[in-house]
Design a protein around this ligand. Structure first.
Ligand code: BES
Ligand code: ZN
Ligand code: ZN
Length: 496
């Protein structure tokens, strides 16, 4: 699907689908629509009270030409909402457009944006994201399309009509880079656990390093053993797949701050000996979504080459399996930074692999800030449901950057507290730490555990267990993996 820009107003457009994005007028405003034929129909619907331009509202009509004049085959009006429109309004609108285009089997669309007080680049970026992400499907493993899908045609082209074509193109470029990265993360997450193994993470990092000139280092099991990465090795003990620790570096060559990104790449979480219940266990193939988001963000960074930050990405990758060699509840392990951990529950494995990756990352790269992304706790779903990712940070400034990015990109995050009272909950009687906190605040005690491995670095931890899949239903977010975290990281980086 290609998205292009045109300054030429489509008065005589007679193609598949003409789309008008309509802002809901306030009581003292009139409904605005620059296309005369479309305006006629939209005003009629507005006056009947059938269409007000509210967010998520849309209607389709079929103009008839009695005099031989050229008319579009279909007109779609999509409501943007009222008052202070943000990029999210345009993303949602883009999703609505795609759903309607699919239903009507339209191949080519012309979209007219209203003249608003929103930068054209922002509008076009968000519209591109809404359409590209709304169009996402994962059909790799379907040998035959369903009857419905059999007749479905693909959307070839979207032409956005915009008076400021330079700004529009700039926005679309960002929107396309963002969407391609999100799609890459969704694709990785959709892969079954037996296909998306640690080795696949390593292979993908090789592709990225070749394509974008990123420095790459992948530590093998033998190397991890030499380095005393006790957390990754412990979680991997019963696996038939060796673990991998993947490091990618993007360098500007300038004297700029270094940002360290760490993502949980747990390619299947059975719980280990503390086995999870069978129902829903298949979803634990998504336990690598933090790692996928970090790798996908590196793809976008490689393509965009920002000048304001150096970025190091680390993904510890392994599955978590039961078996005769498995880590046992009660075992004591030693993490990369020398701290010992009593493993009370082998299902609290994410923090063990992240602990090694974080302590290695801060020691080796001395970053100015660290952000980690992980499907870490079921508790975050209890607290925030599927609408917000959880944020825990030791630095207000960094937390604020992430919170602002979350608002802008439509991936909201909600900050939870962290203090020494929570840290007390993870003290062990026989080791330095235990991997599960005493009763309550599971998301925060998991973060308190990670905090033991970041030294005095500025750090933000984002728990995406509730949002990486089953995220709030939106027109541009399908069921299944959402790709959450990718755009959150990219927006945080762009506004660094
Ligand atoms: N991968 C899970 C967290 C998770 C749960 C993600 C549900 C998405 C949906 C993590 O490894 C885990 O199992 N955590 C345990 C920790 C507990 C044993 C302290 C949990 O949250 O139940
Ligand atoms: Zn687990
Ligand atoms: Zn897990």
């Amino acid at each position: 699907m290609k998205i292009t820009v045109s300054r030429k107003f489509p008065d005589h457009y007679n193609g598949d689908l003409l789309v008008c994005c309509i802002k809901q007028p306030t009581t003292d405003q009139k409904l605005e629509c620059a296309h005369l034929e479309a305006k006629k129909h939209i005003l009629a619907a507005y006056e009947l009270g059938d269409f007000e331009g509210k967010e998520g509202q849309s209607f389709l009509c079929y103009p008839v030409s009695n005099d031989g004049s050229k008319k579009p085959k279909r007109i779609l009006a999509v409501g943007l909402g009222k008052d202070d429109l943000t990029q999210e309004n345009f993303r949602l609108c883009g999703g609505e457009i795609i759903q309607a285009a699919k239903k009507t089997k339209s191949r080519e669309l012309v979209v007219i944006l209203p003249d608003l007080d929103v930068p054209h680049s922002d509008m076009c970026q968000a519209l591109a994201e809404g359409t590209l992400l709304g169009n996402y499907t994962f059909e790799k493993y379907k040998t035959k399309k369903s009857e419905d899908e059999e007749i479905e045609t693909t959307i070839d082209k979207i032409i956005i009509v915009c008076s400021n074509d330079k700004q529009a193109r700039k926005g679309i470029k960002i929107g396309v880079v963002n969407s391609e990265a999100v799609i890459c993360a969704r694709d990785m997450a959709n892969e079954p656990g037996s296909s998306m193994t640690a080795k696949h993470f390593a292979d993908f990092s090789l592709e990225l390093s070749k394509k974008y000139g990123l420095k790459r280092k992948v530590f093998s099991k033998a190397q991890l053993q030499k380095m005393n990465m006790g957390g990754i090795l412990a979680v991997n003990r019963a696996s038939s797949e060796p673990p991998q620790l993947i490091v990618l570096e993007y360098r500007t060559g300038n004297k700029v701050p270094t940002l360290l990104l760490v993502g949980k790449g747990l390619t299947f979480d059975s719980g280990g000996i503390s086995l999870k219940p069978g129902a829903g266990m298949q979803d634990m193939k998504y336990d690598m979504c933090g790692g996928a988001a970090v790798m996908a963000a590196m793809q976008a960074i490689g393509a965009e080459k920002p000048l304001n930050v150096d970025i190091v990405a680390i993904v510890p990758a392994t599955d978590n399996m039961p078996g005769p060699a498995a880590l046992k509840p009660g075992d004591v392990i030693c993490q990369y930074n020398g701290k010992t951990v009593e493993v009370v529950n082998t299902d609290a494995e994410g923090r063990l692999i992240l602990a090694d990756a974080l302590s290695y990352g801060v020691q080796k790269f001395k970053p100015d800030a660290v952000i980690d992304l992980a499907t870490l706790t079921g508790a975050v779903i209890v607290g925030l449901g599927h609408h917000y990712s959880g944020l825990i940070s030791n630095d207000d400034n960094l937390a604020d950057k992430v919170l602002q990015a979350g608002k802008k990109c439509g991936e909201p995050v909600w900050q939870l507290p962290l203090n020494k009272d929570y840290s007390k909950q993870i003290k062990s009687k026989i080791a330095d730490l235990k991997n599960v906190g005493d009763k309550g605040a599971g998301t925060i005690t998991a973060a308190a555990f990670l905090q033991e491995f970041i030294g005095d670095a500025k750090w933000a931890h984002i728990d995406i267990a509730g949002t990486a899949w089953d995220f709030t239903e939106k027109s541009y977010i399908p069921k299944g993996p959402s790709g959450v975290g990718v755009r959150l990281l990219l927006d945080t980086i762009r506004n660094w």
